[in-house]
Design a protein around this ligand. Sequence first.
Ligand code: PNS
Length: 165
Amino acid sequence: MTAICPGSFDPITHGHLDVIRRAAGIFGDVIVGVGRNSAKNYLFSLDERVELAAAATADIPGVRVLPLSGLLVDFARSHGAQVIVKGLRFASDFDFELQMAHLNAAVGGIETVMLPASSQWSTLSSTMIREIASFGGDVSAFVPAVVADRIRAVAAPQDKERADG
Ligand code: PNS
């Protein structure tokens, strides 16, 4: 069975990877759909988010990464996916995801399976990673090495600008 793990992945974290890995173990075939939420300002471009997610999941059998455009239910249908998988951390995640699950079931007839975040990553968020990174902090405990390296590379020219300025 094919499942979709949709998200912005700005950037992909160990929390995302944990859910993706577990989804692959359950469903066998997982598409990581990297999309754009118009309400969000992104650190990385869509191409970069896809590239980083692909590098971070390269060692997980049955997982591929694709850019997601349009409605999630249309994307799922066009790729033959029968289920959406979402990771849940807090009650607030559930409130939002329940609404999305109802909408996606009504609009596209697709089921949503919610996996509780593993305790180790249960409060991790990409927003916090971006916040730490914006102040030059070390995020390497929370993201795969390929992402930590890219964040350092993005931060380095800004540090230089600050030093120069
Ligand atoms: O959790 P995120 O990071 O905000 O998810 C972003 C994304 C792009 C995966 C999500 O906004 C999405 O699925 N967008 C596609 C449009 C859609 O189908 N929206 C939900 C139905 S109302």
